[in-house]
Design a protein around this ligand. Structure first.
Ligand SMILES: C[S@@+](CC[C@H](N)C(=O)[O-])C[C@H]1O[C@@H](n2cnc3c(N)ncnc32)[C@H](O)[C@@H]1O
Length: 405
């Protein structure tokens, strides 16, 4: 190839942002933060969608995202996109979507997840069956045998997204492979669940939005099972979410079954992820208070299993008695808001008391509070500077930012 041609090809692949297209599925409200994270990890052509971010990268980039991205639930690699107007067309499009002899020989098990819907394909279970039938019909013809379905521990996890084609003309399907078999919010450190815990990726995204950088104290006076503080510590200490905190080895993933898997590239990315935690910066105090002794024990167990037990100081106590370390710093919290933990009767008093305590003892600190109930946050008698809409397990919440005076 001539030099100008090579240069123009390189330019084209740069402007396209890498040879492979992907989508990271995110908690609603964290799309912008997710886009920033993926960009910082080298993804290109990053585009914010609803509950997701589209991007381009190469294989190495997929490996890096799988190991280091803290916000996504799933990282999907696109295999094909096709127009789709019903079950018959879906069947044919899936059959021709990839070199299935490479991607899915009959010795490998698989699972199909579905999101979205189209006329004639309104039920995800039925749609998944059409995808499965297309694959196993082809296998029977070519091999005389078929793959088994394994919902819990498949070798290949396929994802089909259905929606309207851009411009609203007809339907469209996007068939992808998931780099992991389960949701990436499960980091492997949660020994115990607490009362209404936040998902790990959501907690990490909320911390990212505060801008806390480890140089000032971080406190959660209603810390529950400790998710916000543990994820904050992991983030600052460079603990890659794709590595098992116990052995610092990669947690189970499926991209090793992809036919173009490159063991040497994967090993490089694993080493890079392990290296992030090698020289951790000094951290300001990270402190948590929880009034329920059993939940506090869970928080302690979680911090230890995440490998940050020495960095997070957890105490039993009532948030009204919270004594901040010398600051100012950042307070994060997710107080009960009635939707999941008991009634709202005494919650208004709790919020009012919390507001009084914060103003008396934490002047100059920044407060970030996850609220699912605006009436309760009104009882704080404080004026928020920012209100970021966030969905917490389907509950419409706000991540509220206050400067405490
Ligand atoms: C919604 S949960 C927090 C969940 C936490 N973010 C997590 O991920 O596990 C609220 C927590 O506040 C605790 N709590 C309620 N009232 C409290 C009080 N007065 N002082 C301290 N903790 C309190 C509850 O026991 C519960 O664990």
């Amino acid at each position: 190839m001539t030099e100008p041609k090579r240069q123009s090809q390189a330019k084209m692949s740069r402007s396209m942002g890498g040879p492979l297209a992907g989508v990271a599925v995110l908690p609603p409200g964290l799309e912008e933060a997710g886009a920033a994270e993926l960009t910082s990890l080298g993804a290109e052509s990053v585009q914010v969608l609803r509950r997701a971010v589209a991007f381009r990268t190469d294989l190495k980039g997929f490996y890096r995202l799988q190991l280091q991205a803290r916000l996504p639930f799933r990282i999907l690699r696109e295999l094909a996109r096709f127009s789709c107007d019903g079950p018959r067309q879906l069947h044919d499009a899936v059959a021709g979507a990839a070199d299935w002899d490479q991607w899915l020989p009959p010795s490998r098990s698989f699972r199909v997840d579905v999101s979205g819907s189209l006329p004639g394909l309104a039920h995800s279970h039925f749609t998944a069956l059409q995808v499965k039938n297309a694959l196993v019909d082809g296998q029977r013809q070519r091999w005389g045998e078929r793959s088994s379905i394994d919902r819990d521990d498949p070798d290949l996890c396929l994802h089909l997204h259905l929606g309207r084609a851009p411009g609203g003309r007809g339907g469209m399907g996007v068939l992808s492979v998931d780099g992991a078999g389960g949701s990436l919010h499960r980091r492997g450190w949660r020994a115990a669940v607490g009362l209404a815990p936040l998902k790990e990726n959501l907690a990490s995204g909320l911390i990212a939005l505060t801008g806390w950088d480890g140089s000032v104290p971080l406190a959660d006076p209603l810390c529950g099972s400790g998710t916000l503080l543990i994820e904050a510590a992991c983030r600052q200490l460079g603990r890659a979410p794709g590595l098992d905190p116990a052995g610092n080895q990669p947690r189970p993933q499926l991209l090793g079954h992809w036919p173009d898997f490159k063991a040497a590239l994967w090993a490089q990315e694993v080493k890079a992820a392990q290296g992030l935690a090698e020289a951790p910066p000094p951290l300001a105090p990270i402190v948590g208070l929880e009034h329920n002794a059993d939940v506090l024990e869970q928080a302690r167990a979680n911090a230890v299993s995440a490998g940050v037990g020495d960095h997070v100081q957890l105490q039993q106590g009532d948030c009204r008695d919270f004594q901040p370390p010398s600051g100012p710093g950042v307070i994060v919290c997710n107080p009960p808001y009635g939707a999941r933990l008991g009634g709202e009767d005494n919650l208004e008093a709790l919020y009012a008391d919390l507001g009084v305590m914060l103003k008396q003892r934490c002047s100059g600190w920044s407060l970030w509070l996850l609220s699912g109930n605006p009436e309760l946050t009104g009882a704080l008698r404080m004026k928020s500077r920012r209100r970021i809409p966030i969905s917490n397990g389907g509950i419409d919440c706000r991540w509220l930012h206050y400067e405490i005076r």
